[in-house]
Design a protein around this ligand. Sequence first.
Ligand SMILES: Nc1ccn([C@@H]2O[C@H](COP(=O)(O)OP(=O)(O)OP(=O)(O)O)[C@@H](O)[C@H]2O)c(=O)n1
Ligand SMILES: O=P(O)(O)OC[C@@H](O)[C@@H](O)[C@@H](O)CO
Length: 446
Amino acid sequence: MGGSPERYCLRTAVEFNGTLRLIRRAGSSTCGDCWARGRSGEPGTAALPGALGRAEAEAEAGRRAPSVAAVLPAGGSGERMGVPTPKQFCPILERPLISYTLQALERVCWIKDIVVAVTGENMEVMKDIIQRYQHKHISLVEAGVTRHRSIFNALKALAEDQPNSKLAKPEVVIIHDAVRPFVEEGVLLEVVIAAKEHGAAGAIRPLVSTVISPSVDGCLDYSLERARHRASEMPQAFLFDVIYEAYQQCSDYDLEFGTECLQLALKYCHTKAKLVEGSPDLWKVTYKRDLYAAESIIKGMFVLVTHVKVTSGALCHADRDLQQIILEPCYNFVCVNVMTSDFEETQKLLNMLEKSNLSILYPVVVISVHFLDCKSVPFGQKMEHLMQIRELAKEVKKRNILLCGLLIYYPQDKQKLQESLRQGAAIIATLIKERNPGLVGQLLIA
Ligand SMILES: Nc1ccn([C@@H]2O[C@H](COP(=O)(O)OP(=O)(O)OP(=O)(O)O)[C@@H](O)[C@H]2O)c(=O)n1
Ligand SMILES: O=P(O)(O)OC[C@@H](O)[C@@H](O)[C@@H](O)CO
């Protein structure tokens, strides 16, 4: 989610002491490059010539990178969110929050399986999300009445001592709340490497407020020194056997009222977790304000990470040119219509986008720009043409494409034209940033 597009690839063997050495390189997008056993089920085999080839040979000799799976507790009711829909299913840009978290984990090619715990009543909803957003390698288990019980159920699905268990037991398991969508590969790798070495690891953040302990009469009993304490966040990672054993030994009280997996590893397996400083984005969506913050971050991602592509009849002589334009993932398009037939270029672009499946995960914004030169075409006739945008927009909205029109007043006076173009640019920037479905099919005038 956001952050540097650089991907980590586990492209090296395990060093002698069992920790992973990481060679960071500009990302390859295929899992085949990942050294660890990836989702394809085949160990990454794209060995680099020379040293790495030898390192891989050593690795194959038995010092292997750990197999990694992830557990996502998603069986809560989201009471603090204060809405009927459990927060993990609340929409952000018309897509459920949990889908963003799944995508963040799926981008990590060395996480082989993802087990999600959802309540029975939300099982179908979850299956629809997996199908609609084309999530892969997801297994669903029934959630428990508490978060710890949900996590335990998911761990059972990964343990090989369970009847009809279809999943291979991982060496390391990541536990990550389904409502923490902004998790990057770097921190996941850090907690996995630390868990391999220490048995358990978890992300932490500085405390925002001081922690105090109230006395029974509702007065201050004592307060903790904020600088010496941290907030426990996610992701966390564990040697599977450690955390599974901890849950098997766990008391009913802890299963019912506990909130800290690291504590279970300490209490029941005497395993002191390694603490890893996490980024500010690791926060948990808990209150309604968190949804707005998450939406703002995701919107910001479009403006920063994906650029704007400008197409126009003058530039796209053939469909080939247009295909070139949508070759790489881009979620913002400005289509400048210079031909007399008002929507010809825009329609071609929309047809390409609909075939590209680009808009499955994120809404694609298309702004159809037209110039109003009253000398060449009577205003009334021009407007009649342009109002077709409403029907066109309604049609493509079904494919998560947000189409708006922009009519730029094209006076003969050069200064007025400059002003129109400046206003047009401001409108385009706002439409891209806001990605507001409420503006779909509108014809704005600069
Ligand atoms: N019985 C439960 C309770 C919580 N969770 C999950 O644990 C994560 C973090 O818990 P929390 O933020 O407390 O979620 P809720 O319990 O849904 O929130 P609330 O306490 O406001 O009801 C969430 O992804 C939530 O879905 C779970 O899998 N099973
Ligand atoms: O406590 P809640 O059930 O609201 O959420 C779980 C969080 O406590 C948990 O994700 C972190 O504190 C790390 O353990």
